[in-house]
Design a protein around this ligand. Structure first.
Ligand code: HEM
Length: 514
């Protein structure tokens, strides 16, 4: 979820042109300044590449941040200090350093840096993911963990998931018609099913039936092309001049009006006594129930908090799950023997039944190994959501000052050859006899982060990933189409953005198996 470092290319061009002119005119002064600023850094600071005035190291980020930061770390080490504008940014690239940040000193590094776009879309950062650490965050996180995303609650949405998966299979089957095999855009299929599952669980209706599509796609685009002003405050005006803030505010207003309507509909249709009940309450029902009981406690859940939390579920819960499914099918198509093994396992467990149920999943170790391997090789958030240091401290002997932002390069860690054999190869078998887990206890595999700011949506995400993948490979045989479509399908280029997707759509030939 954490590509919040890029600016639009036109903006960067404008800025770099101005900078070139400036450098040309003032070259001698700059050389002097550069050498002074680099030598001025404290003796105990982590190693840093040299930086430009004003931009710091922003110009070195490239388009694929996790990959660029990984190559820089090859030179400067697993704990490296960069500067984005004036902001010091600590980049963490191995498990030892991650353990120090996310476990040993989690209490020091559990703040989130302030971001303009989060303020715009998440009601002044009143959601869980972007709220600063403190009393407020503790309250909203505990609502998430105890009431919205607890194991019991996730289980209670089993029927929603199974209905949506049946619907997905029907859609693919229909598009095959009477033919033996048909090209299916799996990116669209996975996008629909993940959005519908999250939407029905959160607001009680399908994504298609909501007016979310337009403003949500704007949100994704705007978060991916974030704001230079977050690092160089005097450049905030650029976001106004290039229309980025205006666009974000209009999309946020549309989302807000939609969420108001959703809350009103829920208020109209029910009493909300069953806040934690076993029934089919969606998240809005649960939050209304909590609101009712919270009026007598010291933390009141008002309408804005409800809307911010709903937005978190949309923002954090849909795109990440879609990315896992896209990468999983891509790797399986590239590795037919892994596809066969998975189909053999799934079809053995299903017997003569048409659909895989959630109870079946516990008998599918290879399926679980495939998903873990995808989270290792293609973590949807290869760079964790940034943290911020709350007090001066020492990490692995280096001084880190208050306000330093921290980027944990989860992808660099989960492909580090010191912990992983043939780390860039897709080999689900590595997890078959391994106790390594993804829940934030094994620091060489942290796709969901770790510590107090770790992801509360693991159970929700994993069951969706497993159920969708098991059913899609159970019901159909899959092959790579010929020509350009096939080349796109096998292409491994990545998008930039909060969540890293496959850049080109995944289209595969489906042949019904049943
Ligand atoms: C494959 C799917 C997912 C992945 C890879 C993922 C990954 C992450 C990561 C890396 C973080 C930051 C952790 C840290 O700072 O240590 C995070 C935070 C978060 N995730 Fe997820 N996530 C996924 C699914 C979900 C789902 C389904 C939900 C909810 C429905 C969710 C809700 C959240 C929230 C609310 C936070 C903020 C936690 C905090 O700041 O305290 N995530 N997630």
């Amino acid at each position: 979820m954490s590509n919040i470092l890029s600016e639009t290319s036109s903006l960067l061009w404008f800025f770099l042109s101005m900078l070139s002119l400036f450098i040309f005119l003032a070259f001698p002064i700059i050389v002097n300044l550069l050498s002074r600023s680099n030598s001025r850094s404290s003796k105990d600071s982590p190693p840093s590449p040299s930086k430009l005035p004003i931009l710091g190291n922003l110009h070195q980020l490239g388009t694929s941040h996790h990959r660029t930061l990984h190559s820089l770390a090859q030179t400067y080490g697993p704990l490296m200090l960069l500067h984005f504008g004036k902001v010091p940014v600590l980049v963490v690239s191995n498990a030892e350093a991650a353990t120090e940040i996310l476990k040993t000193q989690d209490h020091v590094f559990c703040n989130r840096p302030h971001r303009k776009m989060f303020d715009i879309f998440w009601y002044g950062s009143r959601d869980v993911a972007s709220a600063p650490y403190g009393h407020y965050w503790r309250q909203v996180k505990s609502i998430c963990v105890l009431h919205l995303l607890s194991t019991k609650k996730v289980q209670s949405f089993g029927r929603v998931r199974e209905e949506e998966v049946v619907g997905m299979i029907e859609k693919v089957r229909k598009s095959c018609g009477d033919s033996n095999s048909m090209a299916v855009n799996l990116t669209d299929v996975f996008s629909d099913v993940t959005n519908d599952i999250v939407c029905r669980s959160v607001i009680g209706k399908r994504y298609e039936a909501s007016e979310l599509r337009g403003p949500m796609s704007q949100l994704e685009e705007l978060l991916g092309a974030s704001v230079l002003g977050d690092y160089i405050p005097w450049l905030h005006w650029l976001g106004r001049v290039n229309g980025m803030y205006g666009k974000a505010e209009r999309a946020a207003k549309q989302l807000d009006e939609f969420l108001d309507k959703v809350v009103d509909e829920h208020l109209g249709k029910r009493g909300c006594d069953d806040a934690d009940g076993e029934g089919q309450n969606d998240f809005v029902d649960i939050l209304l129930g909590i609101q009712k009981t919270s009026s007598t406690t010291d933390f009141q859940v008002d309408r804005t908090i409800m809307k911010a939390l709903i937005m978190d579920m949309f923002g954090a819960g849909t795109d990440t799950t879609l990315a896992v499914l896209e990468w999983a099918m891509t790797e399986l198509l590239r590795h037919p023997s892994a596809m066969q093994k998975l189909q053999y396992e799934v079809r053995r467990v299903a017997g003569d039944r048409t659909h895989i149920t959630e109870e079946d999943l516990s008998d599918m170790p290879y399926l679980k190994a495939v998903i873990k391997e995808i989270l290792r090789l293609h973590p949807p958030s290869p760079i964790l959501i940034p943290r911020e240091c709350m007090q001066d401290t020492k990490v692995m002997g280096y001084d880190i000052t208050t306000g330093t932002q921290v980027i944990v390069n989860s992808w660099a860690i989960s492909t580090d050859p010191s912990y992983w054999d043939q780390p860039l190869e897709f080999q689900p078998e590595r997890f078959l006899n391994s106790s390594i887990d993804i829940k934030g206890h094994d620091f060489n595999l942290i796709p969901f982060g770790a510590g107090r700011r770790g992801c509360p949506g693991i159970a929700f995400a994993m069951v969706v990933n497993e159920l969708v993948l098991a059913n899609i490979v159970h019901q159909f045989d899959w092959a790579v189409p010929d020509g350009l479509l096939g080349r796109h399908t096998l292409d491994m280029s990545e998008t930039t953005g909060l969540t890293v997707h496959k850049k080109l759509p995944l289209v595969a030939l489906a042949s019904p198996h049943l």
